[in-house]
Design a protein around this ligand. Sequence first.
Ligand code: IMP
Length: 215
Amino acid sequence: MRALTEKTLVIATHNDGKLREFAGLMAPFGIEARSAGEHGLPEPEETGTTFEENAYIKAFAAAKATGLPALSDDSGLCVDALGGQPGVYTANWAETPDGKRDFAIAMQRTEVALQEVGATEPAQRTGRFVAVLCLAWPDGHAEYFRGEAEGRLVWPPRGEKGFGYDPVFLPNGHDRTFGEMTAEEKHGWKPGMKEALSHRARAFQKFAQAMLGSS
Ligand code: IMP
């Protein structure tokens, strides 16, 4: 695995929710996190069919354009009763006819799909959030870190915190959705702690252990 020697990283995302989460996770490590938006980078088209492929497309585009290592995240919600959908298309399910994103619509779409397959009982509504972090260098080398959070889908949505599908996701072992948790509770991890809760924090924990020397 290639070592990370640089102290500045570009966070290759145009999603404010993810950017906030990354900045919070990165803060304890003395790494300066710059956003792709700050560098005026365009959002590349996600043409991959796996989280890994899309994470690489985003990280490598940002690394090549800035000359700095770049960290991206490709994530999504995989629902078992829907054969793993929306998966890599999680953000697309939020698209509105005028090209914007509305996650109330995305959550509703997921619920309609679950109703259509008759998944009404909690045990039929299992799934997981997946996050794949890709750290790419300008020369094209890349390292990957995957995190998953198991849970089930609830309806109606609960809680106003978080972003995206947080209000309909109830992580295993908890009685509040991600939308009802503070960012600290949702991630459930600080350097030195045993295990993270959210998919992104779990992936980040692996990244921090491998690249930043975290315990
Ligand atoms: P992408 O990784 O930019 O392709 O988008 C993934 C989509 O998955 C986001 O737009 C969110 O809607 C959803 N998603 C990923 N992580 C989370 C999370 O932690 N909470 C809620 N929704 C999430």
